[in-house]
Design a protein around this ligand. Structure first.
Ligand SMILES: NC(=O)c1ccc[n+]([C@@H]2O[C@H](COP(=O)([O-])OP(=O)(O)OC[C@H]3O[C@@H](n4cnc5c(N)ncnc54)[C@H](O)[C@@H]3O)[C@@H](O)[C@H]2O)c1
Length: 452
C-alpha cells in the first residue's frame, strides 16, 4: 500500500519506519526542514533504540522516503496518517488541536482518494468529526473516510511495541474504511495482534482512558509508598503482594518520583477538560493529576530532608534526567521540578544523563551537566538517582562515595539496597522503604487502638 505520514516526530517516524518494514511504500512528511534534511542523511532527530538501523534498512530498499511537501506526498496514498503534536493548550489544559486541524486543511486541499485519513495523534473525542467536516467543506468531491487509530507505543521500546502491539484500535464509521485499515495492519493482524474496530468516538476515548488508567496505577502505588514510609512497610513487597493478583497485575506498580513525559501529564489534563465540557466529571483522574503534580516537587523536599534540611550552598548531583530510560525526551520530566525545588532552597545542582543532556540543557540552565555519573558526584553532598537507566543500575558505589563530599544517596527508583550502600559508606534513602531507627508508634494509637 502507499502510505503518507504527516508529522515525523516520535510517533510518525516510528510508525513510518515500521510500516515500511512491513513492505508498505511510505513517505514521511514534516514541516521542519532541518528534521527532514537530517533524516535524508540518515541522522535521527530522536534517540530511540534500533530506530536508526530500521530507517536505514528501509530507506536503502526504497520503501521509506522523507519530504517537506505534503501535496506530492499524499498523491496516490491509500492511507494518510496525521501524527502531529497535540500539546496542552496554554492556560486551560485542553489539547491544542491547531496542528491537527492545520494538517487536515492541507490534506483536504490535495486529496483525491479513495483514501483513509487516519488520526494517530492523541485527540479528544469528537476531533474525527471535525476533521471530517474540514475535508467535506474544503473538498466536497474527495473520496475519503476519516478514521481514528490511536497509538499506544512507549518511548524507549517504541519499535517492539509497534510491531508487537497488545491491540490495534481502529475507530471507523464505514466498513470500507475499516477494511482499508485491516490492509494497512495485515502483517500484524496475521501475527494475531487483536484488531479492535469500534466507533470513531469510542476509539478516541480508549486512548485517553488507557493513559488515565495507567497514570492512576502509578499514582496509587506512589501514595501507598508514602504510607509505607510512615508505617515502616516496604512498597516493593506491597507491590509484589498485590501485583501477583491477576486482577491487578505487576506492571506500573513501581513507586517513584511521579510520572512525566510527553503523554500522561497532557493527556490526563485533556481528558479532564473533555469530562468538564460534557459535565461528566472524572474525580479520580482529577485527584491523580493533582497528586502527581505535587509529588514531583515533593521529591525535591525529600532530598532536602535527607540532607538534614540545612542545604543552602550545598551541592546535589542528579543522575538520570529524562522522564524514563532509553529516551532523550525531557517533556514534563520529574527532574525539572526537583531541580527547581533544590535551586529554590539554594542548592547547586549538577547532573548527568546518558542521552538526554542536550534536551535538558535549556530546561535547567543553572545545572552543571557532567560527562559521567562520577564526575557529577564530584564534591557533591548528596547524589539523587532520578531515572533508572541501565547505565546507572550498576554504579561503583565505593567510587561514587569517594568522589562525593557528603554521603547521602537518595534513590528515587529503589535500584540499590540500604546495606550495599552502607558498605560503600553511603546513607541510602529510597521510596516507600522502612527507615532505620524510625519511630513507628505515631498514629498507631488512633488507627488500631491499644491492646487491653
Ligand atoms: N511520544 C509518544 O510516546 C506518543 C505515544 C502515543 C501517542 N502519542 C501522540 O502522538 C502525537 C505525536 O506525538 P509525538 O511525540 O510524535 O510528537 P512530536 O512533537 O515528536 O512530533 C510532531 C511532529 O509533527 C510535525 N508537524 C506539525 N504540524 C505539521 C504539519 N502541518 N505538517 C507536517 N508536519 C507537522 C512537527 O514538526 C513535529 O516534527 C501526539 O498527539 C501524542 O500525544 C505520542
Amino acid at each position: 500500500m502507499r502510505i503518507a505520514i504527516i508529522g515525523t516526530g516520535y510517533v510518525g517516524l516510528v510508525s513510518g519506519a515500521c510500516f515500511s518494514d512491513f513492505g508498505h511504500d511510505v513517505i514521511c512528511v514534516d514541516k521542519d526542514v532541518g528534521k527532514i534534511d537530517a533524516l535524508e542523511r540518515g541522522v535521527m532527530p530522536i534517540f530511540e533504540p534500533g530506530l536508526d538501523q530500521l530507517v536505514a534498512r528501509n530507506a536503502a530498499a526504497g520503501r521509506l522516503t522523507f519530504s517537506t511537501e505534503l501535496a506530492s506526498a499524499i498523491r496516490g496514498a491509500e492511507a494518510i496518517f496525521i501524527a502531529v503534536g497535540t500539546p496542552s493548550r496554554r492556560g486551560d489544559g485542553h489539547a491544542d488541536l491547531s496542528y491537527v486541524f492545520a494538517a487536515a486543511h492541507e490534506i483536504a486541499a490535495e486529496l483525491d482518494g479513495p483514501a483513509v485519513v487516519v488520526t494517530k495523534s492523541t485527540v479528544p473525542v469528537g476531533t474525527g468529526d471535525e476533521v471530517e467536516r474540514i475535508i467535506r467543506e474544503t473538498n466536497p468531491g474527495a473520496r475519503a473516510w476519516v478514521v481514528s487509530n490511536p497509538e499506544f507505543l512507549r518511548e524507549g521500546a517504541a519499535i517492539e511495541d509497534f510491531k508487537h502491539p497488545d491491540r490495534i484500535v481502529v475507530g471507523a464509521e464505514a466498513e470500507e474504511a475499516a477494511e482499508l485499515m485491516r490492509e494497512v495492519y495485515r502483517p500484524l493482524y496475521l501475527n494475531r495482534a487483536p484488531l479492535l474496530v469500534t466507533s470513531r468516538r469510542t476509539a478516541e476515548l480508549i486512548k485517553y482512558a488507557a493513559n488515565a488508567f495507567l497514570a492512576t496505577k502509578i499514582t496509587f502505588i506512589n501514595e501507598i509508598a508514602d504510607l509505607c514510609e510512615a508505617v515502616g512497610a516496604d512498597v516493593q513487597d506491597v507491590a509484589r503482594g498485590i501485583g501477583l493478583d491477576g486482577r491487578i497485575g505487576p506492571k506500573f506498580l513501581h513507586a517513584g518520583p511521579g510520572y512525566g513525559g510527553s503523554c500522561f501529564p497532557k493527556d490526563t489534563l485533556a481528558l479532564l477538560k473533555t469530562a468538564e465540557d460534557y459535565q461528566a466529571p472524572l474525580r479520580i483522574v482529577e485527584a491523580v493529576a493533582k497528586v502527581n503534580e505535587a509529588r514531583k516537587r515533593a521529591m525535591g523536599r525529600k532530598v532536602i530532608r535527607a540532607m538534614g534540611d540545612d542545604v543552602r550552598g550545598k551541592t546535589v548531583a542528579l543522575l538520570g534526567l529524562t522522564f524514563k530510560p532509553n529516551t532523550d525526551d525531557m517533556r514534563d520530566a520529574p527532574s525539572i521540578a526537583i531541580v527547581q525545588a533544590l535551586e529554590d532552597a539554594g542548592v547547586q545542582v549538577r547532573g548527568y544523563d546518558p542521552e538526554g543532556m542536550e534536551q535538558a540543557r535549556p530546561l535547567m540552565p543553572q545545572v552543571a551537566l557532567c560527562a559521567s555519573p562520577y564526575e557529577a558526584a564530584d564534591g557533591a553532598d548528596a547524589v539523587v538517582l532520578v531515572t533508572e537507566w541501565d547505565a546507572l543500575r550498576a554504579l561503583d558505589l565505593k567510587r561514587l562515595a569517594a568522589a562525593m563530599k557528603g554521603n547521602v544517596l537518595v534513590d528515587l527508583r529503589n535500584i540499590y539496597r540500604a546495606d550495599e550502600a552502607a558498605s560503600a559508606g553511603l546513607a541510602w534513602e529510597g521510596i516507600g522503604k522502612p527507615m532505620a531507627g524510625q519511630d513507628l508508634t505515631d498514629g498507631a494509637a488512633t488507627s488500631i487502638g491499644t491492646a487491653r
